[in-house]
Design a protein around this ligand. Structure first.
Ligand code: 1OR
Length: 325
C-alpha cells in the first residue's frame, strides 16, 4: 500500500530534479527541436513524426509459471494500462525475472537507468537524497503489483531515487529498448493528457505530483449521453469516477420516488462511498449532458487515492443529510 505522503514537492529545493521539472524539461527540449509539444497535436500527427526505427522483439526464456505471474502483475501495474493485447504480449516476452536478497540495491540514485521493474514478490524500500550531504529520506515501500524505475526511461535522466530490497524479493525487469518502442509513448502521452486536469482537481491538489502521475497511468475513460445512468443505486460498486466533461446529478429512489440529492460538475468525483464502506451504491448518478468520466477500479483506488483518504472521509459529511448510517 502506498504510504501517506512523506514530503511535498515544495518541502525543500532539491539538488536533483523533481518529476514536474523533468516533464517541463522534456517539453522544452521538444520545443527547441522545433517540434510541437505532445499535448498540442492529435494522435495521428503524433504518430507521424514519432515513427521509430526497426525494433527486434526480444524473447527472454522463462518458465511457464513466470509467464503466468508476469501476466497477472501486468494487470496491476498502472504503467501498462494503455497497452493492447499484442503490445502486452511483446512486453511479457521481453521481461526477465530477477531475484534479490534483503538489503540488495536494485537501483541507486544518480546511476544511469536502463530497465524498469514490476514487483512480483516481497517488499522494497524507496529512499531519496533531496540535497547533497543531507541524509536520505524514506519515501515509500513497494509491494507486489507496483512498478518503479520508469522515470529514468521516460525522461532520459539519472535515477531519481534509490530502491533497496526490504525482504527477499522477485521483480520482473523490462529493458529500455522494449520500453521505448512499446510502452513509452502511450504512457508519456497519457501522463501529459491528464497531468493538468488532475492538478486542478480539488481533492488531489495537495498530493505529490509524482503520485498524481500514477493516477494518470491508471485512469480509464468512458462517455455517457444525457440521462444515462452512470451508477445505479443498490448495485455493487467497483469504480471511482472524476468528471472530465459535463454535469451529473445524484438521485435517490425511496418509496418509488426518485429525487435529486446532489449535483456534480467538471473536476468533481463520485463513487467513493461504496468503495470506502464496502456497501452497495447509495444513490444513482445520472448524466445531465454528454458526460466524459475518467475512472479507477477499486484496487487502483485503494492504492492511489490512499494518500488522500482522510480528505475523502472528511468530505463524506456532504452526504450526511441523505445517507443513512
Ligand atoms: P527512477 O528511474 O528515477 C528510481 O529510479 C525510482 O524511484 C523512480 O524512477 C521512481 O520509479 C521511484 N521521486 C522520484 N522517484 C520516485 C519517487 C519520488 N517515488 C518513487 N520513485 N517521489 C517524489 C519526491 C519529491 C516520491 C513521491 C511519493
Amino acid at each position: 500500500m502506498i504510504q501517506k505522503k512523506v514530503l511535498s514537492s515544495s518541502d525543500e529545493s532539491s539538488e536533483d530534479e523533481h518529476v514536474e521539472e523533468l516533464m517541463d524539461k522534456q517539453k522544452l527540449v521538444q520545443a527547441k527541436a522545433n517540434k510541437p509539444t505532445r499535448t498540442s497535436v492529435s494522435a495521428e500527427v503524433y504518430g507521424q513524426f514519432n515513427k521509430k526505427g526497426q525494433y527486434q522483439a526480444k524473447k527472454v526464456n522463462k518458465s511457464q509459471d513466470a509467464v503466468k505471474r508476469i501476466k497477472q502483475r501486468m494487470t496491476q501495474a498502472f504503467m501498462f494500462s494503455a497497452l493492447d493485447e499484442h503490445e502486452l504480449a511483446i512486453v511479457i516476452d521481453a521481461m526477465e525475472e530477477r531475484k534479490f536478497k534483503a538489503g540488495d540495491f536494485v537501483i541507486k540514485q544518480g546511476d544511469d537507468g536502463d530497465v524498469l521493474y514490476v514487483v512480483d514478490q516481497g517488499q522494497l524500500d524507496c529512499f531519496k537524497v533531496f540535497k547533497k550531504g543531507e541524509p536520505e529520506k524514506h519515501l515509500k515501500v513497494y509491494q507486489p503489483g507496483e512498478s518503479f524505475g520508469e522515470l529514468a526511461l521516460l525522461y532520459n535522466v539519472p535515477r531519481a531515487a534509490t530502491i533497496k530490497a526490504k525482504t527477499e524479493a522477485i521483480c520482473f525487469s523490462l529493458d529500455r529498448e522494449t520500453f521505448n518502442h512499446i510502452v513509452k509513448d502511450a504512457a508519456a502521452k497519457k501522463r501529459e493528457k491528464y497531468e493538468e486536469f488532475l492538478s486542478k482537481i480539488e481533492l488531489l491538489k495537495d498530493m505529490d505530483p509524482y503520485e498524481r502521475l500514477q493516477i494518470a497511468d491508471a485512469l480509464k475513460v468512458q462517455k455517457f449521453n444525457k440521462n444515462d445512468y452512470i451508477i445505479r443505486q443498490g448495485e455493487q460498486g467497483n469504480t471511482f469516477y472524476f468528471i472530465q466533461k459535463g454535469d451529473c446529478i445524484a438521485t435517490k429512489t425511496e418509496n418509488g420516488a426518485e429525487n435529486k440529492v446532489y449535483s456534480y460538475n467538471v473536476g468533481d468525483y463520485f463513487g467513493e462511498l461504496a468503495l470506502i464502506k464496502h456497501e452497495p451504491r447509495a444513490a444513482n448518478i445520472v448524466a445531465q449532458s454528454e458526460v466524459v468520466v475518467v475512472y479507477l477500479d477499486s484496487d487502483s483506488f485503494r492504492r492511489l487515492i490512499g494518500p488522500v483518504d482522510e480528505i475523502l472521509k472528511r468530505n463524506m459529511s456532504r452526504y450526511e443529510k441523505y445517507v443513512k448510517k
